[in-house]
Ligand binder design. Structure first.
Ligand SMILES: Cc1cc2nc3c(=O)[nH]c(=O)nc-3n(C[C@H](O)[C@H](O)[C@H](O)COP(=O)(O)OP(=O)(O)OC[C@H]3O[C@@H](n4cnc5c(N)ncnc54)[C@H](O)[C@@H]3O)c2cc1C
Length: 822
């Protein structure tokens, strides 16, 4: 063997040892010892030029010096800290509180680039308690039966009194309130299941019930209220005697809610005939759900104390108070009209309203903590109400579309048989499966005490976006049937409702652009928050020690992710260790690969762009998409395990994972194409896509397998839509569609017989009914068969029917002269 060849091999081996140590994340001391021995061997047997050997030894000397803490701190970390301090943005209390809110769970693992799958696999399957299940099967079903969406949305523009009474009586408003106050004390999982079922039936009902069970007075009181406040309000909120709302949004402050102009000034005043220290409030809020009927108004405003009546400060910042709506000067009652989904929503105003200081939630000690309260509670709450409502609507839409496209014929075939329609159906089912997985697994962890803020934002954004896609698709495959409004339309109201879920609790564009990656980068990253805290530490020595520790762990982690990303990309993730074997194992491996690549790209972006990354929203959004995709894919895999790995569901799992991982790949590509520093982008591309973009989206044949599942009465169809309201009763189109679907399978051979007879002109008649009669007369069908076909035809006609109205019925009963713009 030539000396040159030996040199190539030995240099490759030396670098390979280094890469392997980085890949395995060996600690610095171990890596130094192993590299020392490797370098010794290289020097003795590697035939390298002495200059190269010297260079390697110089690098090794640098590596050794990193093991000397005092030397490292003084000569490397201290100068780095000086520079870092100038780079770290000065976070306002508000921003810091938002970033630090909630907990880190599986999302933190994905951010490391080396996820410990046991964190996810050890989570028990989603399971309701007996009491929760009984509520889902009992009062929730009864409520669904009572809901007549057309009556609510068109005739009354409100829920009828018996429905309101039923909701109050069965404590639907009190699902998160503890039993000691008269509430139901249900888990997040139960709340999401109940809301999902209701939402497929009536968006007005699910929104109305969702609000008191999400961020609002009850939630805030439970976490921050004084005992006296809890005793005063919670029993009434539980019984439904008190109706809550929470008012943050103002005409000038929507997404930038921390900029609200509403004020509260601490001053002396008269209240109930007594001179007290209180707050004089002025506010102008809009879009407030339940405001028109609220008895207790949660209000966010900025608090000022110019005369120092409650403390040293003059400006306290955002503060939250609870105000009975019968307090003098509180103005509520008028209604907005949100997209034909007339749940109670409207403006509220107050001019010089005087309230005692102990109306502040948590009392005067909590003055100025309003923003913190809101972001802390939103951290977890965002994954419950809106994602569940979107998921419930999707389940109902898929269940309906699967049956409808099977019974609706064009060109003599059920429309689901056409590939164009099939593609849409497969997408609907896959997108619903993703939502089911995300909601059920994430809310199980919530029920066990986690408050994962980044997954909550992912669920809020992606479930509502997927819900919108499913809803759009459902409308398309229904054609005109979906468009004609009326009592027979079971799709359009949810189609109209989805933009509401997209807009509230952090509008989606902002959630994608600023929150998912922005919050994740600080909250889930193993070192960034620690480095920021160290840089801000007023005790310099302690700050330096902490910074040094985090910085060097961070550098090791970045080198490791570069090595892992490259190796997994070259091997197409084939050798990655995963917790399962079988058909889903490859998806786990690809998640491992993208986790490493994502961690690498996140680090490089922060290093190269620093604070500028916050303004580069499109880049931040794409990184957020990559992260969301691997998070959602891991939810899909866990959900499949939780459901007992049913073979029948494999096409759904494969479609979902493929779609998500393909999306991760494409968003990475978009990120790299647009990364402003081109050399860094090229370097990242080499480490992330050394073999190009090799991952493919789901195949057409996979889509057809899914269509088979949802256009026949299969168990997979039932599992996918298990939270929809499926009772077979005259008022429930989903039940009737299922009956028709089952009949479609039974009558298929008879229809075939009839079609053949028509084709060979044995049977005559232009109308189907005439042809059936003719086939009966000519003995092609017996009486029972003919009867079965007639019944099926009648059922199909009733299901494809749409409503019509007289001109006067369509005209609004009142004109809109009373409307005023707010
Ligand atoms: C039906 C309904 C019910 C509601 N209920 C309540 C309630 O009970 N209580 C309450 O306080 N509020 C409520 N809201 C208010 C809701 O939270 C706000 O509508 C929401 O915060 C967005 O504010 P905005 O509508 O003023 O939109 P804007 O803030 O004007 O935003 C418009 C668009 O710009 C995007 N955008 C803004 N800033 C950025 C940015 N930096 N980066 C990227 N995109 C950005 C947004 O994502 C959005 O798409 C409700 C709203 C609706 C529609």
């Amino acid at each position: 063997m030539s000396t040159f060849f030996i040199w190539i091999i030995s240099t490759g081996a030396l670098l390979g040892v280094g890469l392997a140590l980085a890949y395995r994340r060996s600690d610095l001391a171990t890596s130094t010892i192993i590299m020392g021995f490797a370098l010794l061997a290289y020097t003795m047997f590697g035939f390298g030029h002495w200059l190269i050997i010297l260079l390697f030894w110089a690098l090794f000397a640098g590596m050794v010096s990193l093991n000397l803490p005092e030397f490292r701190r003084t000569n490397i970390s201290a100068p780095m800290l000086k520079i870092y301090r100038t780079m770290v943005p000065n976070l306002s209390d508000t921003e810091r509180e938002a970033l630090e809110a909630g907990t880190v769970w599986w999302d933190g693992e994905l951010f490391t680039g080396l996820p410990d799958w046991s964190v996810l696999t050890s989570l028990p399957p989603a399971q309701l308690t007996d009491e929760e299940q009984a509520f889902l099967d009992g009062p929730t079903q009864q409520l669904c039966e009572m809901l007549n969406d057309w009556e609510i949305t068109h005739q009354l523009a409100d829920m009828p009194k018996p429905v309101w009474d039923f909701i109050r009586e069965h404590r639907f408003f009190a699902m998160i309130i503890p039993k000691q106050y008269g509430g139901l004390e249900f888990s997040a999982l139960a709340v999401s299941a109940i809301l999902a079922r209701i939402s497929g039936r009536s968006a007005v009902a699910s929104s109305t019930i969702g609000v008191p069970n999400s961020l609002g007075p009850a939630e805030l009181l439970l976490h921050y209220g004084t005992e006296e406040q809890k005793e005063r309000y919670l029993p009434g909120l539980a019984s439904g005697d008190e109706i809550p709302c929470f008012a943050l949004t103002a005409p000038r402050a929507g997404s930038d809610a921390s900029a609200i102009p509403d004020t509260g000034i601490i001053c002396k005043g008269e209240f109930n005939g007594e001179q007290i220290t209180g707050i004089r409030l002025n506010w102008d809020k809009r879009y407030i759900t339940l405001a028109p009927i609220a008895t207790v108004l949660g209000l966010a405003f900025k608090l000022y104390d110019p005369d120092h009546l409650i403390g040293d400060k003059e400006e306290y910042g955002i503060t939250a108070a609870l105000i009975p709506t019968d307090t003098s000067g509180v103005e509520i009652g008028r209604r907005h009209f949100p997209l034909n989904i007339p749940f109670q929503n409207g403006p509220t105003r107050g001019h010089d309203v005087f309230i005692p200081v102990d109306y502040i939630i948590g009392g005067p000690e909590r003055a100025g903590q309003g923003w913190r309260m809101l972001v802390e509670q939103l951290a977890a709450g965002r994954s419950v109400v809106l994602p569940s409502n979107a998921m419930g609507a999707s389940q109902a839409a898929v269940y309906a579309a699967g049956a409808y496209t099977r019974i609706r014929k064009q060109f003599n075939l059920p429309i689901c048989k056409f590939e164009g329609v099939a593609e849409v159906l497969a997408r609907m089912a896959g997108n619903t499966y993703i939502q089911n997985a995300a909601v059920s697994v994430t809310n199980t962890t919530l029920s066990r005490g986690e408050k994962p803020s980044v997954p909550s934002a992912i669920l809020k954004y992606h479930c509502t976006e997927l819900g919108r896609k499913v809803s759009n698709d459902a409308m398309d495959v229904h054609g005109g049937k979906g468009i004609m409004l009326g009592p027979s339309n079971y799709l359009a109201r949810n189609y109209q409702a989805l933009p509401i879920a997209i807009t509230v609790e952090g509008a989606n564009i902002l959630t994608r652009s600023l929150i998912i990656f922005g919050q994740g980068a600080v909250r889930c990253h193993p070192f960034v928050l620690k480095e920021m805290q160290a840089a801000k530490n007023s005790d310099y020595e302690q700050g330096l020690r902490d910074f040094d520790e985090s910085l060097f762990s961070h550098i090791g982690y970045a080198i490791s992710n570069a090595s892992r990303s490259f190796f997994k990309a070259v091997t197409h993730a084939k050798f990655s260790a995963v917790p399962v074997s079988g058909p889903t194992a490859r998806y786990y491996q690809h998640i491992n690969r993208y986790s490493a690549a994502f961690a690498l790209a996140a680090d490089m972006s922060m290093l190269v762009l620093g604070g500028e990354l916050k303004r580069k929203e499109s880049l931040s959004a794409r990184l957020g998409d990559v992260f969301s995709s691997i998070y959602l894919a891991s939810m899909v895999l866990k959900h499949y395990e939780n459901q007992g790995r049913p073979d029948e569901d494999l096409p759904l799992v494969a479609w979902s994972c493929r779609t998500l991982l393909y999306h991760a790949q494409e968003q990475f590509h978009g990120f790299l194409r647009n990364f402003p520093n081109r050399p860094v982008a090229a370097f990242l591309r080499l480490l992330i896509f050394p073999r190009g973009r090799m991952y493919s989206a789901p195949s057409d044949s996979l889509g057809l397998e899914i269509v088979d599942l949802i256009t026949h009465p299969t168990e997979a169809r039932e599992r996918l839509c298990s939270l929809a309201y499926l009772v077979r009763e005259p008022g429930n189109p989903l039940g009737t569609l299922q009956t028709a679907l089952e009949m479609a399978d039974e009558v298929a051979p008879l229809e075939e017989k009839l079609r053949d007879a028509v084709r060979s002109e044995v049977v005559t008649g232009l109308q189907v009914t005439e042809q059936i009669e003719s086939a009966r007369e000519s003995g092609i069908l017996d009486d029972a068969e003919a009867q079965q076909l007639i019944e099926f035809d009648e059922l199909v006609m009733s299901l494809i029917a749409v409503d019509d109205f007289s001109a006067s019925e369509l005209a609004a009963s009142h004109n809109s002269d009373g409307a005023r713009a707010t």
